[in-house]
Design a protein around this ligand. Structure first.
Ligand code: AMP
Length: 281
């Protein structure tokens, strides 16, 4: 496995693979890799001849008061995980390799990026779409892998690829959880012992909503109220949103019908965590 920070090096390597007729998968990440990322890489390795993992904390997807400067980083651990999972190349650029000082072109998504996380993070998806578009142009993969953990991101990327005719297959992958239910996240490292326990309230509410829907409950008001009550019973938790939307358009729905996404963002202390489930009704 190789690692490079150079766009030119990535292009060279991919060109060699193309000349050999090999297929290429891309797994975009912000590093500090865990089993959630690993599941994406393993799937990409199974479905492509060569796999590139990008490992880049993308500054333009962070808001002014967010955690860009404290976001956890450990490239040595990331290298070992990628190597073990069978990746061929890590692209780990400096910010200056990705963004010229006078960088001024962005990919702006509308509608699907407006609700949920887009409400409290108004420039987030512009940053995500722009960096993913750049990574697609650099790596030119056949397939790119994204986790359902960031369900709105997955919907936004699918829409971007459709709208801008990008010739790339987008593969969604299931949420990987800790044994006790907490969705794995690089940001879980911010939690102290007490907060780590309190954070279980997210997955508890998710599992509750999921089982109520499996029982046949369709009323968003009922499901979301019960989930909200569960979360509010935890003193360290503060809800950003708990919503039911159409999983593709991210438009609010009152009644569970079609491909339904129930998603939440909850602060545990100062750490903002997200979780969700998708159900076909
Ligand atoms: P990040 O490094 O947080 O930007 O995540 C990179 C990719 O890994 C995104 O497509 C995420 O949705 C995915 N991912 C992160 N955590 C998980 C998880 N617990 N299960 C599945 N995929 C995940």
């Amino acid at each position: 496995m190789e690692i490079t920070g150079s766009i030119e090096e990535v292009r060279k390597r991919v060109l060699e693979w193309r000349q050999q007729g090999l297929s290429v998968g891309l797994v975009p990440t912000m590093g500090y890799l865990h089993e959630g990322h690993e599941s994406l890489i393993v799937k990409a390795v199974a479905e492509n001849d060569r796999v590139v993992v990008s490992d880049f904390v993308n500054p333009i997807q962070f808001g002014a008061n967010e955690d860009l400067s404290t976001y956890p980083r450990d490239i040595e651990k990331d290298k070992a995980l990628c190597e073990n999972a069978g990746a061929d190349l890590i692209f780990h650029p400096e910010s200056c390799e990705m963004y010229a000082p006078d960088f001024s072109t962005y990919v702006e998504s509308q509608g699907v990026s407006a609700g949920l996380c887009g409400k409290s993070r108004p420039t987030h998806f512009r940053g995500v779409c722009t960096v993913v578009c750049k990574l697609f142009n650099i790596v030119t993969p056949d397939r790119a892998y994204f986790g359902q953990k960031d369900a709105q991101q997955l919907a936004v990327i699918r829409r971007m690829v459709r709208d801008l005719n990008m010739h790339i297959e987008i593969i969604g992958c299931p949420i990987i959880r800790e044994e006790d239910g907490l969705a794995k996240s690089s940001r879980n490292t911010y939690l102290d012992e007490e907060e780590r326990k309190a954070a279980l309230v997210l997955s508890k509410a998710i599992f509750h909503g999921e089982s109520r829907m499996k029982q046949g409950e369709k009323d968003a008001g009922v499901i979301l109220r019960e989930m909200t009550e569960l979360i509010e019973a935890e003193p360290l938790a503060k809800i950003d949103y708990v919503e039911m939307v159409d999983a593709d358009s991210i438009e609010t729905i009152e009644k569970a019908e079609g491909r339904v996404l129930v998603a939440m963002a909850v602060y545990i202390g100062t750490t903002r965590l997200i979780d969700n489930f998708i159900m076909e009704v």
